[in-house]
Structures are given as C-alpha cells and as structure tokens.
Design a protein around this ligand. Structure first.
Ligand code: ZN
Ligand code: ZN
Length: 752
C-alpha cells in the first residue's frame, strides 16, 4: 500500500453549488484525509491516502459532481505525504481574495418543492425555502467572496435549527448561503403590511381580475389573470405597452400543454434550473385572453421558479400574466420604495418581501419550435455563467449595443456576459448600465484597460466608452461582432462565412447595414455579399412606420411613380399624402440613408401583406409576417432573385410579391414563399463563396435569426451543401449578444 498526497485546483462553476460538501462527503466516504477550500481560481482540494483510492476519488470528482457545478479543468500537483489524520472544509478567510465565480440564480428544486407542501415540514408554505441546489445566488450577491455576509441575506441572522443545517456537512443545506426558514428568514408584505396570509389574499385578488405588482427573484413583475381579457387590457393600457406580447406563468407543465405546443425540448427548458420564458407555438382556443400576444402565433410561457411563485400559482388562476414591473423604457424595478412609487399607479396591490435584491435581473427568454432553440434574452438563470475564450489578453470590456444592451467582461480565458440591461434611451437605463459595469468589475476583480465599442457614434454605449480615461478603445463593426459572438459561444476560431441579418447596424462605409454575408475571423472581416441597399425614409423612424420601408422597396422595384400607384392600391390604409410625401423624400434622398437591412426588408413585405402599419416594438411587422405562414409547409417555391457582384438583388422578388398580391394569391402562401426566398438566396451566396475557396463553416446571427421558420429553412438548405451551419445556443442572436463579439474581437486584436 502506497500513500500519496496531492493538491488539485478545480476550475469552473464550483462555488455556491454545493461543491465543497460534495468533496467532503466523497473524501470521507473513501476514508481519505486532507481539506477543501475556495480560492480565487476555483476550489482547491488537498487529498492524502492510498494511491488507488486517490485515483478513484479524482475520477468520481468529475463523474459525480453536483448538478449545478461545471468543471472546466482539473490541475493536480503531487506533494510529499504528511500523515494527515482527517478531512476538513476550510472556511473562506475574511479579506481573502475574491471568489472565482458566482453562480446564477437557480429555480426551485424538487426536494424543496416537496418540503413546502409537506404538512409535517417546518418549511410548509414558506416562500423563501432554498437549499444547496436551488435558490437565489447572483441576484443577492453584494460582494465577494460568495458567503452569506456578502449577500442580502446578511440581514437575517440564522436561527439555531438553520445554523445546524448550514454547518452540518451531511445536510443538504450545508453552506446554502441563502438558507432561511419561517423563524429567521424573510417574510411577505401586502401593500406594505406584514401578512402571513399574503399569498392567499393575492391569489383571490388575481382571481377577481386585479393587477398585482409582485416582488420576485430579480425584480418586480406585474401580474393578472391571463384568461381575463379585461384584466389583460387594463394592464396593457396602464403599462402603455402597445402590442408587445406579455409572458405568462402557468401552474405546471400540464397547464403549459393546454396553452401551447410543448415539445420534449421545450419541456426540458421549462423545467430546467434556468427556468426561462419559453416562446412556444400557441394553441387555438386555449382560453388565454387575445390581448396576451396580439397577431402572434406564439406565446411566451414559464413555470413558477421560486417557492413564492409555486405557492401562489397553486391557489391563483392557473395562468398569470407575469410581465416585468417597470415603466416603459425603464429597467425592471427592484427596490421597494421606487417600486411603490412607480408601480403603485399601475397595480391595484403590491406583494413584496424584505429580502433585498442586490442585482436586478429580468427573466431570460428563449424560443423553442420543435427541437430548434433560439435564445432571445439572456439574464436570470444564465448570468453570470462564463463562456470559455482561449485568448491570452489583459481584461477587456465590450460595452455592447444601444438596444437590448448587455456588456461583456473578458478576463483570464473567460467571457462573462452581463444580464439584459435594456435600451440605453433613458437616464435610468444608463445609470443601471453604469452600476452594473461597476458591480461586475468588483465581483470579478477586473479593471479592463481595453474597451470595445460599436462604430455607431450615436450609441450611448459608444459615448460611454469614449468618456473613459486611460483606456485603449477598439471600435468594432456591428455585424462582425454578431458573427464573432456565435464563434465565441461555440469556440470557433474561423475563418467562417458569417451571416448577420438584423435591423440596423452602422456599416464600415457609414451607411446602414443589416443584410450581410461576411468572411470573418476573430480579428477581421470582409464584406462578401449583401442585400441591395434601398433608401430608408426618415432613417430610424422607418422602424415605427414599416410602410415607409414598403414604399422604398416598391420604388426600387418599379420606380417611384408606379411604386406609389401600387402602394395605394395594395395598402388601403396608406393616405395619399403620406404616400406622396414619402415617395418625394425617397426620390430626393432627403433624410433617407441607404440601408441594406434584412429586418427592414421583412418589415416592408410584412406591412405590404397586412401587418400592423405602426410597429409598437422593433420587429413587430416581421414577427407578424412569420405568424402569417402558420399552417403552410416547407415545400414552397422561392420567388426569383439575382446575386451579382456580391449584391443580392431583391427587385425581382418584390415585383413577384406585388403581382401575386394583386392576383389575390393567399397571404399565407406569399409569406411562406418570401421566407423561402431569403433562405434560398442566402444558401446561394454561401455556395458562391465556397466555390471560390471560401470557408465551409457558416455561422448565423443577427436579430432576424429569431425567426424560427427562416432559421429552420436556412439550416435545412445549408446542410444539403458542402457547408456546416452553426447557430447560437445560449447567447441571443440579437443585439443582446453583441458585447460578447466585441470583447472577443478586441481581445484577439490585442493578443500578446
Ligand atoms: Zn432546493
Ligand atoms: Zn431558520
């Protein structure tokens, strides 16, 4: 028998996920001696015992690691045997270096879910129950290391029984930092008054059609009965939300199946520890109020992810609207006083609690159609999980886009993407952005000297970057950043063919881009093929008035006079004055920048086919256009198009769409053939590049890729070629993923 001693550094998400107690139990069960402790790099394990047993220990360390942990590497160094007698968990010393990684918030686990409904359990009905495998994490962390005193749970001294669980390595709450029970933990308040029966009362209020502001994990929601058309209308009007869809929270998976088509992939997402809102194909006659998702064929559904929500939904109506509690254009409310002031007028009642939210964090959103998953918003449950990036570089900050902002901190071989911040249109959001950047720099102990930003001079994120002193600025083209965000997520170094289809992004030539096929690596890119540019009357204002884009595409395809005639004929809602004024503007090029935007092309055709002429949120006409294709299968012919000299000519397509509309061909078929056309010319553009010796990897990004029909057709067509398509898995293809691409490009350019 040979005794060995070694020290192992475990890197990855290994703190705050029950890793140390797991190591303790494993080591003691094998009769090994040594210790385990948190370090700035991860978890350090010292182990001593028989050589064979130590090897078995290291194997099982990987194969039996706790469900929420993610081991990225093990580094083992041999030490001289020291005759250690026992195995110990070493506490983080005060003032010790920072925790390597703070885990994301985790949805209620099955053990805790069973306890809160068990009449014999002391946590029966307790809304703040959690354990080592579930509960709040990122949203309650004030500082580092990740230990109770550095969370908002520091305000609640543990009772004797909780302390017993917390300090017992055999207990499933050993070192569960947010541990709590009805005797010592947070409690509920209804309209400002402590109320043990608050959940019963709120369930009744919701059943009675009231709107209630509810404080949850990462902020406040506004909730109402999702089957009450009246309540939903009241909420929509009070929130001033236009037609943007509301997410709903349903009681259980069965209820989700009642309102939507839930594939096995979708079900797995719904019950995952991340527990995002999953956008699903909506069922007809589900009983949901029509005002939930006007003119859409989808519905965003989530399951109760905290004990508070689980207990509420058990008694309330089985489907509740759960929309972020904020005023339009402001961040989600998370402080009680502000919530009272701002949400008070929108809600009939306020359900709050006294556990403070340190970091506001919206619900994450993914779209799932069959097996196809497409991330839309990355926040609660995912942030701050790191993405490994193999570039040796000093810390970099990517400040992100103006819309759907996130930022990205890159350091020591990993990129940490922030939660969804929002549109940087108001001072409130800009403040939130600044605070979140400062919080990340503290938590992850990085002071970035390299700042990556978009080329757009008007983005407030760009202006923020330019206001920083003693940093090196790296301007990054918008669509290059989109392409590299996919590469980073999948660990591709390139070169790749990068398809970046979105609304608008500042081009390297100063015009608006957005229908781009690039050849790119992590440092540079070449614009290989792009959509034929058209005038965008009013520039950004064309987003709100999609008929302007329609007029522009008709003018391009038919000339201004004929284009105007066709527009008036096909779009009765268009007034003569509007048509004439906009056409004049296009002809003269007044305040009408050139744009090769795929998003606007979808808007233009959407509005022509009868989508809402006013877009109350970005991409509304394009989403309505996709919804029009419901029920039409994949086997439709594309419309004609041409690709010449790197330009995709859409004039033939637009002429044919207009012709078929005049011939009264079914709208759903025209919409489907339009989608097929985009997929077909994209495949052809890639084929041309490949034929000239270009790369075979194709990455797909940009907000337009949230269109499930287009994405699935693109994948189908590209897989039939000598090409390998890649899509986002966790990082959104829209501007929410931009900062990751920015940071990686700046790092690659600065690599030592
Ligand atoms: Zn639990
Ligand atoms: Zn307690």
């Amino acid at each position: 028998m040979r005794t060995v001693r070694s020290e192992t550094l475990v890197r990855g998400t290994v703190q705050g996920v029950g890793f140390r107690p797991f190591v303790y139990r494993l080591a003691t069960s094998l009769g090994l001696a040594g210790s385990v402790r948190n370090s700035p790099q991860g978890v350090v394990i010292e182990i001593e015992g028989e050589a064979k047993t130590v090897t078995a220990f290291l194997d099982r360390l990987i194969s039996e690691a706790p469900p929420l942990s993610r081991i990225s590497s093990l580094e083992t160094a041999d030490l001289a045997p020291a005759g250690l007698g026992e195995f110990r968990i070493i506490e983080s010393a005060p003032g010790s270096p920072p925790a390597a990684l703070i885990p994301p918030d985790v949805s209620l686990c099955s053990d805790c879910a069973a306890e809160i409904t068990d009449p014999r359990d002391r946590r029966l009905g307790y809304a703040f129950t959690n354990c080592t495998n579930c509960g709040p994490r990122f949203s309650i962390v004030l500082g580092i290391p990740y230990d109770r005193p550095e969370t908002t749970m520091a305000a609640f001294p543990m009772c004797r029984r909780c302390e017993g669980e917390y300090t017992n390595p055999a207990d499933r709450r050993f070192h569960a930092e947010p541990i709590a029970c009805p005797d010592c933990g947070p409690s509920l308040f209804l309209d400002g008054n402590a109320d043990a029966a608050a959940l019963d009362r709120v369930a009744h209020l919701l059943a009675g059609g009231k709107v209630v502001a509810i404080k949850g994990l990462g902020g406040y929601h506004l909730a109402c009965d999702a089957r009450s058309a009246e309540a939903v209308e009241v909420l929509r009007a009070r929130k001033g939300r236009g037609q943007k869809p509301f997410a709903i929270m349903v009681r259980d998976l069965e209820e989700a199946r009642r309102v939507a088509a839930v594939s096995s992939t979708a079900a797995a997402l719904l019950i995952s520890p991340e527990s995002p809102v999953v956008i699903l194909p909506a069922k007809r006659d589900s009983g949901l109020a029509p005002g939930i998702a006007p003119r859409q064929a989808t519905v965003g559904v989530m399951l109760p992810y905290t004990p508070l929500h689980r207990l509420l939904l058990a008694q309330s109506p089985p489907a509740l609207v759960m929309t972020s509690g904020n005023l339009a254009e402001e961040p989600i409310e998370h402080r009680d006083e502000e919530a009272k002031r701002k949400l008070g007028p929108l809600a009939d009642h306020i359900l709050s609690h006294n556990r403070e939210i340190a970091v506001p964090c919206d619900d994450s959103v993914v779209r799932c159609t069959g097996d196809l998953v497409s991330p839309v918003r990355r926040a609660r449950g995912y942030v701050p999980r790191a993405i490994p990036v193999e570039i040796a570089c000093s810390p970099v900050l990517g400040v992100g886009s103006h819309h759907k902002n996130t930022f990205c901190l890159l350091r020591e071989g990993e990129a940490i993407l922030s939660q969804h911040i929002g549109d940087l249109d108001t001072l409130e959001v800009l403040d939130y952005f600044r605070q979140a950047v400062a919080h990340f720099e503290r938590l992850f102990q990085a002071k970035p000297g390299i700042i990556a930003h978009d080329l757009h001079p008007g983005y407030l994120s760009t202006q923020y970057a330019q206001s920083l002193a003693d940093v090196r600025l790296v301007p990054v083209q918008h669509h290059h950043a989109h392409v590299v965000s996919v590469m980073a997520e999948l660990g591709l170094a390139g070169p790749v063919i990068g398809i970046a289809y979105d609304g608008t992004g500042y081009g390297a030539d100063g015009t608006i881009w957005g229908g781009e096929v690039l050849i790119a690596d992590r440092r540079d890119f070449r614009r290989a093929t792009h959509l034929r540019p058209v005038r965008l009357p009013g520039g950004e204002a064309a987003i709100e008035h999609p008929t302007r884009a329609t007029l522009s595409y008709l003018a391009d395809a038919f000339g201004p006079l004929e284009g105007e005639r066709i527009a008036r004929h096909l779009m009765p809602a268009l007034t003569d004055t509007e048509a004439r004024v906009v056409m004049r503007q296009i002809e003269r090029g007044v305040n009408s920048p050139l744009a090769s935007s795929m998003g606007r092309f979808f808007d233009a055709v959407g509005a022509l086919l009868g989508a809402s002429p006013i877009a109350t949120y970005e991409g509304q006409p394009a989403m309505e256009l996709e919804a029009m294709t419901a029920g039409v299968n994949d086997r439709v012919e594309p419309y004609p198009y041409a690709i010449e000299g790197g330009i995709i000519d859409t004039r033939l397509t637009v002429r044919q769409v207009a012709l078929e509309l005049q011939q009264k061909v079914e709208i759903s078929l025209i919409a489907a053939r339009f989608h097929e056309t985009i997929a077909a010319f994209t495949r052809d553009a890639c084929r041309q590049i490949r034929a000239q010796g270009g790369p075979s990897d194709v990455v797909l990004s940009g907000g337009v890729m949230q269109n499930a029909r287009l994405l699935s057709r693109l994948l189908g067509l590209l897989e039939g070629e000598d090409l390998t398509p890649h899509i986002h898995w966790e990082v959104p293809p829209n501007d929410g993923g931009l900062s990751l691409g920015q940071a990686v490009i700046a790092a690659a350019r600065s690599e030592s």
